[in-house]
Structure formats: C-alpha cells, structure tokens
Design a protein around this ligand. Sequence first.
Ligand SMILES: [Zn+2]
Ligand SMILES: [Zn+2]
Length: 350
Amino acid sequence: MLKKTVSILLSALILFSCFSLAASAKENKPYGFGDYDHVFIIGVDGAGAAFSQTETPCFDSIFADGAVRHNCATERITISAQNWGSILLGVPCDTHGLTNDICKYDERNTKDDSLGSIFRYTREQYPDAELVSFNNWSAINKGIIENDIGVKKINKDYDSLLTDTIVDYINAGNEPTLMFVQLDDVDHAAHTYGGFSDNYYQAIRTADGYIGRIYNALAENGLMENGLFIVVSDHGETNDGHGGNTVEESTAVVAVKGKSVNNMTLPEGTRNRDVAAIALHALGIEKPVHMFATVPYGLFGEEKGTDLSPAEPEENEDVCGYCGVIHSGFFDVIRGFFHKIALFFTQLFR
Ligand SMILES: [Zn+2]
Ligand SMILES: [Zn+2]
C-alpha cells in the first residue's frame, strides 16, 4: 500500500515537473522571439508621418498585412543623431548623449562601452553573422555604429545610388543577419523646400519607390521567408526644418512586416526607438537590462492576421516630458526638475 502511494506520488511529481518545464519553456520564448534569421531596417530621415499623407503604393502593399503606426513618438530633441542613436541603441537621447557633431567627427569604437548598438548585441550572439549598414548620412556609420565589430559600412551621397548599391549587394547573394539603411533625400528636400512643400512629398514618393526596390530584391532572393522588414523615421519636418517639439516634428512612422507579425495598428505609445527591441527580439537576442525600448504589445502573435486589440497604455504623469523616462533617486529627480525648466523654455521660445 505504502509502495503504491509512493509510486503515485512520484508519478504525480514527475508529471507536475513536466508541465512546469513546458510552461516555463513557453514563458521563456515569447511570441516572435528568435523567429527570424534576418532583420532589415529601412530608416527614412525626416519622413515623420508623411507616408500616410501622400501616395505610397510600395509602402502600402508591403505593410498591407503588417503592423503600422504613423504617429509614434520620437525623442524630444527632434534631431537626427539623437533619434538614430536611440533607434539603434534603444535608450533615450539624453542617456546616449549623441549629437550630430559627435557623430560626424568622433569615430565610435566602443565595443566595451556600457551602451551598445543592436549591431553589437547581434555580433555578440552571432560571431559569424553578416552585418551591414548603408548610409546616405555617413555620421550614423561613423559615430553611432561600433567600428570594431565587423559591420560592413557603406556610404553613398544619394539615395538612388545607395539603393542601387543595396540591390546589387542583395542580388550578389549576401544574406545579412542585420541590415540597416538610412535614406536622407527626404530630409534634404525639407531643408531646401520646407516640410510642407510639394518637393517634400515628391521626395517621400521617391523614397517609397526605393523601399519597394529594396523589399523586392529581398523577397526575390528568398530573404523575406525568415526576414523581418521595418520602416522607421527619426523625426518629421516643419517648413523650418526640425529640432522643435511640434506634432509634425515629433512623430515618426514605425512599420513592421514578417511571417509572425500581426496585422494591426501598433499601440499608442509606440516609440521609434522600440525598433531596437523589435530587432533583437526577432533575432532571439535577450534585450540588455539597460535598454528602454520595448516590443509593442501584440506585435507578434500566435496567429498571423489576428488583431490582439492592444491595451491602451496608461498615462503616466511621472514620465518626464523632456526625455521620456521616470526620474527617481535624489540626483535624478533634480535632473528631472531641470528637464521641466528646459521643456518650459523650449515651448516658450518656439
Ligand atoms: Zn534626421
Ligand atoms: Zn535634417
């Protein structure tokens, strides 16, 4: 009798541990984690929400079954280095401290730095991975992406030339694990003709064509079967360029397409820097603890095509309107106080 009871107890125990193992395995691998062999990020400098404001047939057809939000939040300093820095490092701009001048003139060589780019974390997990970054504005390659981790860096002064180079690179059989592209002609058009000008919207339509060419090359070479394709912008534009806090400047598109991406509008509160978390998640890389970027709720799901009706993010009044983080601790609260003053003056002198 005792023997029988012990054996029943034992089998129950084994069964229980099997269940809990299975449960924890599921917990350890959230939806979409490690589902992809490739992540392609196409950055369009200065595009803001403009992909929703003119005819963009390539964007529309690529993301018809994807997850899109046109008015995601940018960093509060709506300048390129601040935002590309945050998109590639996954932290707020006042955490990384990068500026256009730093990126243009200081070569980044920081594989041991406390803040890494998504390229560095990809390199750490996949030592032999092909990593490539194509820039029109070469300051990203020089000053944001590490220079000592074997990322191929290619700079071209025109988006058309850059796109030709990318398409040739893909057609040559290269299979990058992580590829970043920065198109810059849209921002040029805004600085030259204004962000509400016809020339600006023409530049958006032209960029749409480049996105289509890059996407088609990837698809034709079979790289989209296990590839995640993202379009993101750093900031938007006004007729005086960018750098302020208007709605136009401080909104950015995030659009994601991939086999396990839900067809949805990304939740309110999605930020352009969340692209860092999305990329790492897709490649099965644990996000470093310091990274603020998060995978938007419901982006990846069990069933493709299911809208998971993302939860409304709670308004949190503690979040600093200047840098987007919650200040805590004595010195950090003081810093938050200065941010309030800075925000007040930025709004006053706009
Ligand atoms: Zn920019
Ligand atoms: Zn600009």
